[in-house]
Write a protein that binds this ligand. Structure first.
Ligand code: NDP
Length: 405
């Protein structure tokens, strides 16, 4: 019986993780559940899974949850506040941590899980993008098992030789072929994309996901973040990762070897497959998904991405080449710009404009490519980039209001 902490339990990945756990009560127990402020859903999950401990990082929401838990006579202990997710991640009863908080908010708890030597099921790609060298060295120092949950990286992991060390360039690999659905605007003209609304951006053709990652998929920033993620996870330079638009989302990614072989992982687009793989590795368990019917699929297409209509991808590749603090700056600017777009304070194309502007100014006296020495370096770069991005969003606000009028 393995104890699982699900951080981001109320989100899309968290809910899917609990679905897989519920299918295997003889193997897994959800001992810790954490989220931000969704009291109702977390309470429902506490009633179903009876974890030892639950946490909400919003202190007021945690207070409400604690009261409701007490009224219902449930035995789950409730924690609140910013440090509560780290407490969950390092609990002795926890063997595996599903890191599924969205954005930079997941950084500290992801690092805490790695340092504590827990099996780390990594969905929170932003933490790796921000602090790749720190997180990977924490993984190596503690000897923790790092299982990528992003479907593409999970596919790559499945196609690599068994026993590949985290972050070490795998032997015999020529390059990684990272697939992307292309998102909801794949076939839209630049003019149509310019007027895109949050509702349109969040309507992904193949996946049901949280709002932030849905917008990232629509701008192809998600693929840019995944490119950076892949370089850290698998120890390859950015030039060793080719991005392919694959509208069917059936081939989740591929590994090309020096002998000309290409290994691919295929599955229906359902996050329960990589989640089940991460939980059970090196075994396999049933995940509750549909099975692939290739006769019905019939066709698998692969196209080159268009970085003119989707400039975020080119920005992310440049940042991957720069390294150091540049990915943390890109990530922070993107988070601020995506929030502004979702709140209708920014037009969709201005997400890239804001990121480019911030990248050209951030770093203070230091170069963005300067190497990361500590978590403080990352947090400082993140805070500075957020401030600049907010300023830039304000400057673009007037133009946005005229488009949405
Ligand atoms: P959701 O938006 O659906 O869920 C986000 C979760 O994070 C919720 O539990 C939310 O809590 C919590 N959260 C939000 N803000 C904070 C905060 N400030 N502090 C603490 N917790 C917070 O996101 P997804 O599940 O879609 O994505 C989660 C992560 O997984 C992301 O990094 C994403 O890139 C990655 N991922 C997601 C995939 C998917 O299919 N969804 C696929 C591959 C990767 P609350 O509900 O209480 O606000």
């Amino acid at each position: 019986m393995k104890g699982i902490a699900v951080l981001g339990a109320t989100g899309s990945i968290g809910v899917n993780t609990l679905d897989v756990i519920a299918r295997h009560p003889d193997r897994y127990r959800a001992v810790a559940l954490g989220a931000h402020r969704n009291v109702e859903l977390l309470l429902q999950q506490i009633r179903q899974f009876e974890p030892l401990i639950a946490a909400l990082t919003d202190p007021a929401a945690a207070g409400v949850l604690e009261q409701r838990v007490r009224e219902l006579g449930l035995r789950t202990r409730v924690l609140g506040g910013p440090g509560s997710l780290e407490a969950l991640a390092t609990l002795p009863e926890v063997d595996q941590v599903m890191a599924a908080i969205v954005g930079a908010a997941g950084l500290r708890s992801t690092l805490a899980a790695a340092r504590a030597g827990k099996r780390l099921l990594l969905a929170n790609k932003e933490s790796l993008v921000m602090s790749g060298p720190l997180l990977m060295s924490a993984v190596r120092a503690s000897g923790c098992e790092l299982l990528p949950i992003d479907s593409e990286h999970n596919a790559i992991f499945q196609c690599l030789p068994p026993g590949s060390n985290p972050g070490a360039g795998p032997e015999g690999v020529r390059r990684i072929l990272l697939t992307a659905s292309g998102g909801p605007f794949r076939d839209w003209s630049a003019e149509a994309i310019a007027g895109a609304t949050p509702e349109q951006a969040c309507k992904h053709p193949n996946w049901v996901m949280g709002r932030k990652i849905s917008v990232d998929s629509a701008s192809l920033m998600n693929k840019g973040l995944e490119l950076i993620e892949a370089c850290f996870l698998f120890g390859l330079p950015p030039s060793g990762v080719q991005i392919l638009i694959h509208p069917q989302s059936v081939v989740h990614s591929m590994v090309e070897y020096i002998d000309g072989s290409v290994l691919a992982q295929l599955a229906c687009p359902d996050m329960r497959t990589p989640i089940a793989y991460g939980l059970a590795w090196p075994q396999r368990i049933e995940a509750g998904t549909d099975f692939l019917d290739l006769v019905r699929t019939r066709q698998l297409d692969f196209l080159a991405p268009d970085t003119t209509r989707f400039p975020c991808l080119a920005l992310a590749r440049a940042v991957a080449d720069t390294g150091g603090l540049a990915p943390a700056i890109l990530n922070a600017a993107n988070e601020v710009a995506v929030t502004a777009f979702l709140e209708r304070r920014l037009n969709f194309p201005d997400i890239a404009t804001v990121i480019e502007w911030v990248l050209s100014r951030a770093g203070g006296g230091r170069a963005a490519g300067e190497s990361i020495r500590s978590l403080d370096d990352v947090l400082q770069a993140d805070a500075e980039a957020r401030e600049l991005a907010l300023e830039c969003c304000r400057n673009h606000g007037a133009a946005t209001r005229s488009v949405h009028a």
